[in-house]
Design a protein around this ligand. Sequence first.
Ligand code: URA
Length: 426
Amino acid sequence: FDTVDLIRTKRSGDALGTAEIDWLVDAYTRGYVEDPQMAALAMAIFLNGMERREIKDLTLAMIASGERMSFDALGKTTVDKHSTGGVGDKITLPLAPLVASFGVAVPQLSGRGLGHTGGTLDKLESIPGWQAALSNSRLLEILDDVGAVICAAGSGLAPADKKLYALRDITGTVECIPLIASSIMSKKIAEGTGALVLDVKFGSGAFMPTYEASKELAQTMVDLGNDAGVATSALLTDMEVPLGLTIGNALEVRESVEVLEGGGPADVVELTVALATEMLTLAGLPDADPAAALADGRAMDTWRRMIAAQGGDPGAALPVAREQHVVTAPESGVLVSQEALPFGVAAWRLGAGRARAQDPVQAGAGIELHVKPGDTVTEGQPLWTLHTDEPDRFDRALESLDGAWAIGPADSAAAVRGPIVRERIT
Ligand code: URA
């Protein structure tokens, strides 16, 4: 095929054939199709979309670009969760050990944060001693023994996606349903999980600008999974406001441990239990009671074993940032808004996230929220505490928070929020 012809086809809004997509992805992985060509194609896809059949072909071609793992030898049902990413989204941390405490294997191959959303591996690395990298054989051993593993995805899974995602990141072509759906699902299908629950976010801190777009993304991914033989469902969940009361690596680990101790913020518990119920249902255990396993310490026991299996000390003190800055309420009333995206950006500017893939992150940096929308506040009370090792970061973080929240009259209806899980997609 001629690469330029294929770019022109997509530029005109026509569909690419199966053999054309297979060839493109393979040639791009090998370096025959070059980055500028793939960038032009990604932009043509961004602007003109793809048919369902093309999205499926793209997903299968990206799977075929690398290795396919299998957990068949385990003799346990495997179920995985993937979130499209949000602010304060630490759910994987309590969820994986919670689901594994029912005898189901949970292989969570995770990533690092880029931009305003945090990465699960960055969060866990704030636990002294904990290691993200595991060999495939060690991964299987821990799954067999403990049941839950959260580790770095090996570089052999969907290498075409790895290249394409890095390219999209620098060419303004990330927020595109065909490209997001094929990117996420190629990795999840190649990983070899038997079942998959997707947590697809909507709202200001989510990838997709509208509820309808998030729903279309969810349905596209659910169809891709089920077509490939992976039992897949999705929950559409609220990302208008940050999840829980912490944003930042060690701060989020601390909150996850609170949930595993049977406490923690109501929204984090609600979403953890909803996703666990969905995962256990797909794994054939619809009557399991995840809330009970949080309350009676079974999930905590699995967490400790999971952290220790990867070299971490589950009892060690977590790092704390050197400097704090408290923002107080300028007036009394009710907190009526708290936008996820600017809070995520502020935590990132404090050092919790990275601008380039090779940058380090600060374990202790981030934001503690003392109030959530709907809470009554009194003039002068602390609203949020900003944490960083480098105090010259406070100003830029505070700039991001400017206008990102509001206090209204005590009877304000604007503070009333719906349930966190808005819809289930199968
Ligand atoms: N996460 C991915 O892995 N790929 C995307 O395209 C978006 C989010």
